[in-house]
Design a protein around this ligand. Structure first.
Ligand code: SF4
Length: 163
């Protein structure tokens, strides 16, 4: 059974090919400078909080603050829609576990901004459809073909896709 993680939900919105690579254990993230910068920001922000909370072996929440406030740390707003759906998925997942009335926050420490994320009407149906799509994509024996995008030049998989 495919465990749909928060990163997979994020990659679904960023690039379906990236989602396939990641889910099929093709990892190039360690070598990519942008990924390293993101990890540095992540590791050096909010260090007073309890970090990286793995729930149910599936979703990994950056940190939890106060009562029922979950936080996801991002370095920029360039893929904000993906980040929003990642956090909505966490809220959905927690609700399925019986944990309701949770607030989701995306933190941008470099921009000194944050964004509150909530589950809106119809979001749960949309998430369930996305989960089905993700399972279909990642269990396919080969990656989907996609067009080159603006984000490709900063992607860890660039060489694999285009060189
Ligand atoms: S280089 Fe572009 S097409 Fe290839 S995985 Fe990355 S974002 Fe997707």
């Amino acid at each position: 059974m495919v465990k749909v993680t928060g990163v997979m939900m994020e990659y679904y919105f960023v690039c379906k090919k990236k989602l396939w690579y990641f889910a099929n254990q093709i990892q190039m993230e360690n070598e990519n400078e942008n990924v390293l910068i993101g990890r540095m920001i992540d590791e050096n922000s909010y260090i007073q909080e309890k970090r990286n909370i793995l729930i149910d072996g599936t979703i990994n929440i950056d940190f939890i603050k106060k009562y029922k406030q979950i936080h996801e740390v991002k370095k920029s707003k360039s893929i904000e829609e993906a980040a929003i759906w990642q956090v909505k998925y966490y809220l959905y997942y927690l609700k399925r576990l019986g944990i309701e009335e949770v607030t989701g926050i995306i933190d941008y420490p470099l921009l000194r901004k944050n964004l509150v994320v909530k589950l809106e009407e119809n979001d749960e149906e949309k998430i369930e459809k996305i989960i089905r799509d993700i399972v279909e994509i990642v269990t396919n024996p080969s990656p989907p073909s996609v067009n080159r995008m603006k984000i490709c030049k900063n992607c860890a998989y660039y060489e694999l896709c285009f060189v």
